[in-house]
Design a protein around this ligand. Structure first.
Ligand SMILES: Nc1nc2c(ncn2[C@@H]2O[C@H](COP(=O)(O)OP(=O)(O)O)[C@@H](O)[C@H]2O)c(=O)[nH]1
Ligand SMILES: [Mg+2]
Length: 272
């Protein structure tokens, strides 16, 4: 995977990236405009879906105001319903012609400049899943205290038997839409990347390195409840592996809707 030459790839893929937000007014405009400008500069056919949970700081209204000028739409939900469920709802809201679906955080901790590499990996037809990764050569974490780094590595290591990916907890990814066909995703908590990596049918994957930066604006929504949710999610995934017929998702397990015109002819889109 390391010798993969992104520069040789010239195919075009339509994609939608979901950005879940709760109180991200401080940075969302900059992120949307930066990504929109990057798509235009690189000739990428991407749309952004911001899934806002009625943020009291007005994040949703900021996104609505950008919608005519940038390739962005806002899905408004009535209240704080969680990151993973936001990503799943956003994927179902995405335009049907997108053959790849992605997600990233709104706080610039995910380096948006690697998005073209994620897109090109999928467009190559070689990879069904491209993940922004802190834990491959060239990746890393800036400004985290040792304790938080160790906690993150332990969190990843707990899921390593479920997936060959090194960085499964960052939630920065792009996946072929048809890899999600018929897959029941558990909308619990923060770790949608783990759900996709453990359940989707993506074939080969690639981890694209990036350096994670802690947010500079706004506050983290990660709390003790999310850690408990992560443990619940892991328990369900392990149970599902050992007893496939007994596995249960949360009360509202979610399917990503199939886009018929896309799913019917995925190979043609790759060659376009
Ligand atoms: N829609 C929605 N977004 C959320 C929710 N919780 C967190 N987010 C968003 O998910 C992303 C990651 O959250 P963040 O607070 O940065 O978590 P951390 O990076 O683990 O500290 C950010 O874009 C948040 O605004 C939620 O309940 N609903
Ligand atoms: Mg964050």
């Amino acid at each position: 995977m390391c010798g993969y030459d992104f520069g040789l790839v010239r195919r075009r893929v339509k994609f939608s990236i979901v950005i879940p937000t709760y109180n991200e007014a401080g940075g969302i405009e900059k992120l949307v405009t930066s990504l929109g400008d990057l798509f235009a500069a690189k000739g990428l056919d991407g749309e952004l879906i911001v899934v806002d949970d009625n943020s009291p700081d007005g994040t949703g209204a900021i996104v609505d105001a950008l919608a005519g000028r940038y390739p962005v739409r806002c899905l408004h939900r009535p209240g704080k319903m969680g990151l993973s469920s936001g990503v799943i709802d956003g994927w179902n809201f995405a335009r049907p012609e997108s053959t790849a679906l992605g997600c990233m955080d709104a706080d610039f901790s995910h380096d948006y400049t690697i998005v073209p590499k994620l897109v090109e990996a999928i467009a190559s037809g070689t990879y069904g899943l491209a993940v922004g990764s802190r834990y491959v050569r060239g990746g890393g974490i800036e400004n985290w205290p040792l304790k938080r780094k160790i906690t993150s590595i332990i969190a990843c290591a707990m899921a390593w038997p479920l997936t060959p990916l090194r960085d499964i907890t960052s939630g920065f990814l792009l996946v072929r839409r048809d890899a999600l066909d018929g897959i029941v995703l558990d909308p619990i908590g923060f770790k949608i990347g783990l759900e996709v990596a453990a359940k989707a049918r993506y074939g080969k994957f690639i981890e694209v390195p990036y350096v994670f930066k802690d947010r500079v604006v706004g506050e983290s929504k990660l709390n003790g409840k999310e850690i408990t949710n992560y443990l619940k999610q892991l328990r369900r995934l392990y149970t599902g592996r050992v007893f496939p017929n007994r596995s249960k998702a949360t009360a509202a397990p979610s399917l990503v809707k199939r886009a018929p015109e896309v799913a019917a002819e995925p190979a043609a889109e790759q060659r376009a």
